[in-house]
Design a protein around this ligand. Sequence first.
Ligand SMILES: Cc1cc2nc3c(=O)[nH]c(=O)nc-3n(C[C@H](O)[C@H](O)[C@H](O)COP(=O)(O)OP(=O)(O)OC[C@H]3O[C@@H](n4cnc5c(N)ncnc54)[C@H](O)[C@@H]3O)c2cc1C
Length: 533
Amino acid sequence: MSNSAISSVLIVGGGPTGVTAALELARFGVSVRIIDKKEAPETTSRAIGVQSRTLELMELRGLADEFVRIGNPALGGSVYGGGKRVFRLDFSHIDSRYHYLLFISQAETERILLEALMRENVEVERGVEMISFADDSSGVKAVLRHQNGTLEEVTASYLISAEGAHSIVRSSLGLQFQGKTLAESYALGDLYIDGDLPPSDFHIFSSSHGFMGLFPMNGGRFRLIASNPLSEPTKDTAPSLQELQSIYDQRSHIPARFHDLTWSSWFRINSRMIERLKVGRLFLGGDAAHIHSPAGAQGMNTGIQDMVNLGWKLALVLKGQAPEKLLDTYEQDRLPVIHNVLTKTEGLTEIIGAENPIVRSLFNHLAPWIAGADVVQQNSTARMSQLALGYRDSPLSVQHGHGGSLRAGDRVPDFPLQVIRPSGAKENRTLFNLLNPSRFTLLFVGVSDAPTLHAQISEKLALWHELLEGIQVEPPNSESEHKRFKDYLGSTPAMLLIRPDGYIGFRGGEHSVSELADYCRSWLLTCSQRPHL
Ligand SMILES: Cc1cc2nc3c(=O)[nH]c(=O)nc-3n(C[C@H](O)[C@H](O)[C@H](O)COP(=O)(O)OP(=O)(O)OC[C@H]3O[C@@H](n4cnc5c(N)ncnc54)[C@H](O)[C@@H]3O)c2cc1C
């Protein structure tokens, strides 16, 4: 067996979770190895729904344009029952530039991420399987089996299990994958449709025969998912075009003819998660840590966002810029979010898939009233798009005083503002123009006494200056944009420390510089505290 040089982080799994982890770490200059036991990337479409929050995070990494160029934006979701449309979820309520659900094949999502990783000079090593691992206090040792059968022992400071649903890290650690696997099988098919189903919406049909959803991918293709298929699923078969057409005819009142089936499969719904995402020097994320019903298109998005949360923390700790306790906040931040996402997707699957006539009748009658309300539309689209998910209860979220709707732990939205340069010159920008995913952004909002504040900052925050970029901002001139700025940030002077992953770590008033210094002392290391690496 050969021994390889220490690499800082070994990432096991080259799916969307693992590649995002590698990208995040490489961007900070951390050395990574990423392996996948498969010889080539998957080519099937699998997770097709990319949520607004994922697109925002991709924008901050310069990747969103490519997603938008290729994908099909669904502007709403129509739900039908009893031969008519019961309600329409309108995504124009989503408070983001990406006020839609973008449909794009997972193979394309993985390609975009892999190309970005190659630009960081990292490639997934394919045909390499991790077969065992051990975590001791000095690092993680893993045994890798290469395609030609040779074994290699690799030592790393940390290991990220992004192995998908069959993670050997999870099973070897004895972490319970708690939840359920539904007994019933679902049929899935990607196909083309001639008919009256607009590709600007996804379409959900609730009927006594079971659930059926059609999701508009790019180029006129749709993904069909249906419960209660007509034939008995077996390992050696896949749903045929004829069967998918019969399922459609049984459950929809809208005429449509299917043709050119490009992929089909059976699947079962799993809804499971583990209760620990960090064990010693091992981290778990993505499907290795949680699997979801495809209802709501949450699984892949949640995995990508796991790694956006972990990446900067692990990078700062490895670079000696943050204490190890920062790594515990990965689990503290993400477990409640994952729990919340799982509960919501389970609920959605149960309600829309209900076959009980009383439940369905109630759904058909009540849903239009409930879903017609603006507040329900806003709340449900904010949750589905993952924009409403945040970390208010995390130990990393510290709030001093109030003003505006944004709290410590919240995702910052993009909105127009004016930047005040040190010269006094003003520039019209948007908040996302100012964020950099490789450092903290410290926003000074509507400051009344800039010279005093600058003096306090130089005195109290100088120890961490290389990790923070301070920017003074004011509301923009336009009346509607001015209001939006105030709605988010309030009318009194404020300070916001925005984490590299785009969530507010600290929110305080103009006179909270000492409290902010305490926050930095708690979560970041100064040059003199850094271990010699
Ligand atoms: C039909 C279907 C529809 C879906 N729709 C959606 C959707 O619309 N939106 C959404 O967000 N999610 C959806 N999902 C879920 C989504 O596909 C997964 O959440 C996503 O693929 C998880 O990514 P991952 O990187 O965590 O794991 P995976 O994609 O499973 O990748 C894990 C990788 O690890 C490798 N690996 C495993 N063990 C080892 C080892 N020991 N050594 C080396 N390599 C290893 C595997 O070969 C694999 O390539 C859907 C899933 C399915 C099946």
